[in-house]
Design a protein. Structure first.
Length: 238
């Protein structure tokens, strides 16, 4: 049995039915995306669509995929049918709601959405997320004084190790400069899963930065992704 959805929009009050609209959802993949970027999506399609398609080769049908910093779920939804299960971590409230809605409308039963930010043991508990855009992109625990902050939101941070997730084959990690802390809090998970491939963001050109150095110390090699200015793949040496 497969659940089907429709969208009902109501004008003003629930008793005013004059402008209600019922829209049938027939597509297999449904994305709830930020409305302020509508023209970009209409013109160019999904953001990072080429990277998402490239990542499909890194997934295995019998392995788990971690989407750390899932935003509204484009990687999650596109790659869910390439793996056995997806754990999608997104701490920002409204972005998380959009992620859950996209997963539900896409009828994906092998996805677990978690309104949690991942980090190190020193970050466990409540932390302040700085929001810098209306679409939820770029929100971070680490924002410089020169960056305009629209608002702040309290989020919960846990370590990846605390979830005891096993059989991980691939990790995508885009958490706006908190990547190193995520790895510190997930070292046992990486070890227990035989050091899965990690597709990650790094916004510095210094290849000797602390994040790179730590990843290499774990036995990974780092590959620059062609056509992307700040995305890298870490895979373990054989």
């Amino acid at each position: 049995m497969s659940t089907k959805y429709f969208l009902l929009t109501a004008n003003d009050t629930i008793n005013n039915d004059d402008n209600n609209q019922i829209i049938s959802i027939n597509n297999k993949k449904i994305f709830i995306l930020p409305s302020n970027l509508l023209s970009c999506y209409v013109t160019n399609g999904l953001f990072e669509k080429n990277l998402i398609e490239w990542c499909a080769q890194l997934c295995s049908p019998d392995k788990v995929f971690l989407d750390i910093g899932a935003h509204t779920g484009t990687y999650t939804i596109e790659l869910a049918n390439k793996c056995s299960h997806v754990y999608s971590f997104e701490p920002q409230k409204m972005t998380y709601y959009a992620l859950c809605g996209s997963v539900a409308l896409s009828n994906l039963t092998n996805v677990t959405c978690l309104q949690i930010g991942l980090g190190s043991e020193s970050q466990i508990g409540t932390n302040t997320l700085k929001i810098i855009s209306n679409d939820g992109g770029g929100s971070s625990l680490h924002i410089g004084d020169a960056t305009a902050i629209l608002k702040e939101e309290e989020i919960e941070i846990k370590t990846l190790d605390s979830f005891n997730i096993t059989n991980i084959g691939f990790i995508k990690m885009d958490v706006e400069n908190n990547e190193l802390f995520v790895l510190h809090g997930g070292i046992e998970t990486l070890k227990n899963c035989n050091y899965p491939k990690i597709f990650f963001e790094c916004n510095t050109d210094d290849a000797n930065n602390e994040l790179f150095s730590y990843i290499i110390s774990l036995g990974y090699k780092i590959i620059k992704i062609q056509g992307a200015s700040n995305m890298y793949l870490a895979e373990i040496y054989i």
